[in-house]
Write a protein that binds this ligand. Sequence first.
Ligand SMILES: Cc1ncc(COP(=O)(O)O)c(C=O)c1O
Length: 397
Amino acid sequence: MDIHTLMADDKKYYMNTFGQRIPICFEKGEDCTLFDQNGKEYLDFLAGIAVNTLGYGDEGFIGALEGQLEKLIHCSNYFYNEPQTSLAKLLCQNSCADKVFFTNSGAEANEGAMKLARAYFYKKGQPREGFVSALHSFHGRTIATVSATGQEKYQKPFAPLLHGVTYVPFNDKEALAAAVTENTAGLMLECIQGEGGVWPATQEYLEFARELCDETGTLLILDEVQTGMGRTGKLFCHEHYGVQPDLFTIAKALGNGLPIGAVLSKDFCASFEPGDHGTTFGGNPLCCTAGLYVLGRITLPGFLESVTQKGSNFKAALSSLMQYCPKIVDVRGMGLMIGVQLAADTPTAKVTAKLRELGYIVGTADGNVLRLLPPLVMKEDELLSIVPAIKTAISEV
Ligand SMILES: Cc1ncc(COP(=O)(O)O)c(C=O)c1O
């Protein structure tokens, strides 16, 4: 179908939640390159928004999925399935968590974590209602997670929202101390605010958040939906900080494109009991096979080190652009999660359009931040190739 017919049918039949989509239809991917219907190639610095960690067409990944496709795609959670149990075990063995629950998305993982936090206090006989989250955060689109998302623009049509959520400015210890009390069930934070503009938490902020949760008995919930699964050079971003959450959530890269997320919990607060929570699709054999393969690859010796190494060279090269491009005012992030902040008056949409013309797909965040989330397997020369392209794109708009 040609792009114009596709756009017309999309306009007629698909709910317009994505606004004016970019007029490109991708047909296939190979390694870290996407191909549109006309065969034009784009090096992918978005990876389906931090999802396609292993790029496209990874032979081992496809082989693992093919094997499972032939055996069993789905079965009810009334029964056991081996990939589910194996993935739960491997996630616990590689993290501070003791127990796992699988979901189909990041929002569902966060929703599950919020339910788990309330269930924990309810079962202790000391119910707590409140959640504290940060302004500019993003936690998902269900009613509970949109309530936890500290951005009014996502919340407006859905009032009344979940009762009891308080928002605090990110990286502000005083505001946190005033908001987290003995009535707070969960403090929910991203280690790096992704959608909010690629803002890392400071070391002292996350340490303080942990202390405050310990003092008030609040559960620390870290949303690692975007930062998890190696994106920042550690399997989970909280490892950089040496701060252990009570609960944390992952999704996106866990399935390398198959829909799977997870709530990971310490034993003491893993208080769901039979009937409290559930899912039809979550934890099915196919998606868990994807997760097992991805986790296996990311934990191979040297993989995360290479993400750190490539990320630091990439960030240094992007930072060096600042001396030639006054429009670049900051470069921040960790590993291969990098934000290039452009000056407020930069026409960012034109910069990204120019980059597409030059054969590069990038994301944006918070208006004028270029959000770079390439597949973790992207080669260093490919990563560095976008640096002059960004310079050109900025100088031509
Ligand atoms: C930090 C964070 N949490 C939650 C979500 C929601 O995930 P999903 O779109 O899979 O529901 C996202 C998605 O961008 C995210 O970045």
